[in-house]
Design a protein around this ligand. Structure first.
Ligand SMILES: Cc1cc2nc3c(=O)[nH]c(=O)nc-3n(C[C@H](O)[C@H](O)[C@H](O)COP(=O)(O)OP(=O)(O)OC[C@H]3O[C@@H](n4cnc5c(N)ncnc54)[C@H](O)[C@@H]3O)c2cc1C
Length: 341
C-alpha cells in the first residue's frame, strides 16, 4: 500500500492569507484543490512538500457567473461535474461541457476542479509509477536526471499533456486569471503552456489560478471536444481534439482546432485554421484540415497505444470535432448531420 508522506495541512480562509502562506513556505508547499491528482502523486513521492495549502475554504472561487460584456467567469474551484452539468456552459460552450464530462469518472469529476485541470502535470509511463518502481531505473529528466527513457537522445522531457478541458478552453479563446501578492493579472490561457513536459506551465510557486473567463459565443458559432480513451470511464486521453468554428452562411469565418495528448502541451493546429478561414464548407476541406491536425500531432511512446495510431486518431478526432462544431453552428439536429455542407 502506498501511504501519503507526512505534511502540514494549511487551510486558509481567504486568498490573501493563502498568498502569504505560499510566500512564507516558498518552495516547500503545494496547492490542493480537489486533490484528485496531487494526492495520488504525493503517494507516489512525485512531490515532496512539507506543506499542503487547501483552497477549499476560500469563498468566491467556486461559481460560474456572467462577467462584464456577458463574458462567462468560471471560478478555479468549480468542480468538473458542475461544468459538465451547467445549462449555460452546455448551451454556450458545448466543447467545454463535453471535455469536463469526459474526464475520468463521476467521483473524480465531483472532486476535481477546473483550476486543477488547467495546472495538471504531464504524464509518462516512466514517471507516474511508485517510488519503488522508479528506483529501479535511472532518474529521467522529469525526476531530475539527465536521460529521457522515451526519446533516447531527447534534450527535453516528452511527458504528455493530458488535461481534457484545456484544448476546449483554448479553442474557445479562454483567458486565465492568476493572483499573486502583486495582484491579479489575466492572459490568454495558451500563454501559460511551455511544451516542455518537465515544467508544462509557467505558473510560479506563489501564484494561484483564480478562474477562467470565456468571451461570449458569436452568432453562427459552435464547438466540440472529442477524446480517444481505452475505457468509457477512468481513462486519461490518448488523443483529444477541440474545434470551435464561427460561420458566415456556408463559409468558415473563424476556426480554431486544438489537440490534447499529442505532445507535451496543447497543440493549436494553425495550418488548419489558415486553410479554412474564409473558405466554403466542403468535405474535401474538412478532410484536408484533419490531415493537418494529424501532421501537427507529435505523440511519443509513453502511454498506451502506438504513437502512429494516436497520431492517426488525432486527425480523425479533429475531423469529428470540426463536423460537430459546424452542425452546432448551423443549428442542425443530430439527424441532420449529413447536411453540414
Ligand atoms: C484515476 C484518475 C483518472 C483521471 N482521468 C483524467 C482524465 O481523463 N482527464 C483529465 O484531464 N484528468 C484526469 N485525471 C486528473 C485529475 O483528476 C483532473 O485533472 C482534475 O481536474 C484535477 O483537479 P483537482 O482539483 O483534483 O487538482 P489537484 O489534484 O488538487 O491539483 C492538481 C495540480 O494543480 C495545482 N493546482 C490546483 N488548483 C490550483 C490553482 N487554483 N492554482 C494553481 N495551482 C493549482 C496543484 O498544486 C497540483 O499541482 C484523473 C485522475 C485520476 C486519479
Amino acid at each position: 500500500m502506498q501511504r501519503l508522506p507526512r505534511f502540514k495541512y494549511l487551510g486558509p480562509g481567504s486568498l490573501d492569507e493563502a498568498l502569504s502562506l505560499l510566500k512564507k513556505h516558498d518552495g516547500d508547499i503545494k496547492i490542493l484543490a480537489g486533490g484528485t491528482d496531487l494526492l495520488p502523486s504525493m503517494k507516489q513521492k512525485l512531490h515532496r512538500s512539507m506543506h499542503v495549502l487547501d483552497l477549499k475554504r476560500i469563498d468566491g472561487l467556486r461559481e460560474i457567473k456572467n462577467g462584464l460584456e456577458k463574458e462567462t467567469d468560471i471560478g478555479a474551484l468549480t468542480p468538473l461535474a458542475a461544468i459538465e452539468e451547467s445549462a449555460e456552459i452546455k448551451k454556450k460552450f458545448p466543447a467545454l461541457a463535453e471535455a469536463a464530462g469526459l474526464v475520468a469518472a463521476p467521483q473524480i469529476k465531483n472532486m476535481g476542479t477546473i483550476g486543477g485541470n488547467i495546472a495538471l502535470d504531464t504524464r509518462c509511463w516512466y514517471f507516474n509509477q511508485s517510488h519503488f518502481w522508479r528506483k529501479s531505473i535511472e532518474a529521467c529528466l522529469k525526476t531530475g536526471g539527465e536521460v529521457c527513457h522515451v526519446v533516447q537522445s531527447g534534450k527535453r522531457c516528452y511527458a504528455s499533456f493530458v488535461a481534457d478541458t484545456v484544448p476546449a478552453l483554448l479553442a474557445l479563446n479562454a483567458r486565465v486569471r492568476i493572483r499573486d501578492l502583486e495582484g491579479e493579472r489575466q492572459c490568454l490561457l495558451q500563454q501559460i503552456y511551455t511544451q516542455d513536459g518537465k515544467a508544462p506551465h509557467t505558473l510560479k510557486a506563489g501564484q494561484v489560478i483564480t478562474g477562467v473567463t470565456l468571451p461570449p459565443p458569436e452568432n453562427q458559432s459552435g464547438s466540440s471536444y472529442q477524446k480517444l480513451r481505452l475505457r468509457e470511464a477512468i481513462s486519461f486521453p490518448l488523443a483529444g481534439a477541440a474545434a470551435h468554428v464561427v460561420l458566415d452562411g456556408d463559409r468558415f469565418r473563424e476556426v480554431k482546432i486544438v489537440l490534447g495528448a499529442a505532445g507535451s502541451g496543447p497543440i493549436e493546429v494553425t495550418e488548419a485554421a489558415a486553410l479554412l478561414k474564409g473558405a466554403p464548407i466542403t468535405e474535401d476541406l474538412i478532410e484536408e484540415a484533419a490531415s493537418k491536425a494529424r501532421q501537427a500531432a507529435r505523440p511519443v511512446p509513453n502511454m498506451k497505444l502506438s504513437p502512429a495510431y494516436r497520431r492517426k486518431m488525432a486527425g480523425i478526432l479533429a475531423k469529428r470535432a470540426l463536423r460537430e462544431a459546424i452542425r452546432r453552428a448551423k443549428g442542425l439536429t443530430d439527424d441532420q448531420r449529413g447536411l453540414i455542407q
